[in-house]
Design a protein around this ligand. Sequence first.
Ligand code: SF4
Length: 334
Amino acid sequence: MLTEKLQINSITPHPSVEYWSVCKVESLFETPFLELVYRAAQIHRKYFNPRAIQLSTLMSIKTGGCPEDCGYCPQSARYHTGVQNQQLLDVDEIVAKAKIAKARGAGRFCMGAAWRGPKPKDIEKVTEIIKAVKSLGLETCGTFGLLQDGMAEDLKEAGLDYYNHNLDTAPEHYAEVIGTRRFDDRLSTLGKVRKAGLKVCCGGIVGMNETRKERAGLIASLANLDPQPESVPINQLVKVEGTPLEDAEELDWTEFVRTIAVARITMPKSYVRLSAGRSGMSEEMQAMCFMAGANSIFYGDKLLVTGNPEEDGDQLLMAKLDLEPENAENKKAS
Ligand code: SF4
């Protein structure tokens, strides 16, 4: 059980952040389903316009061949999943995709590279890419793995807005899923990211054979980051053949919606992103997630290497639900 706040910013403490014990989060999970969704919806309306959905596009800029052993990931070199390895793409190719993303309404362009962490020569290339994407007027986000000292500062200077680094799962469940790094390694990189002045995108994955208590442990760990992450992607495991979690037990849809609701309640000012796994969700389930406080989605292109619902489908669903892409005018709660 977590007994103290997970302080990732030793310079500027934020005592206003409420401490969430695992027990307290677990008791939220146990709230009657519709009560929980209603409570989350109320909190959502307090801080956000519930009709505005932040749209991000994610592009894999370096795919596969990763030395890590994350049990959920088809990009690990240890598993035979059929993913085609792709070296770091050229700036021009990435910029062309970013332009398309912007034209289709994305406000943020997220770039993912399958590394344990970047090497100094990778940082040189990546900073060039970030500068080029930023010059298009898009917000930028990168997910490049564990960072060494000074790298976060280089990324910030190049114009990176957000760094994505997920806690993946509860500390107690971490070793069941990943053996090549520790939960504390993630906290260490998150600390570097905050210290450099980058915004934090940090979430996790559910449906990896964790218990409800462990799901509560993941949410408590996220909510106790101080300050809380600006963006919290909640992923549903996509079971990819060839990965150790290909036969993971199915998580009931209500449990996923509960996780979204609990994330919204415990991190009221964060964007809660409906992330990987969305392509397998019905429209009704996605609508329930938006009701429970999800207010960000990945949109278009491919979500790393697993499918993302077609953009047309997204547009149609947003129109049916009277949702609109978030922009500077509509983002605030009325
Ligand atoms: S999740 Fe990231 S670090 Fe883990 S195997 Fe996949 S690409 Fe590598």
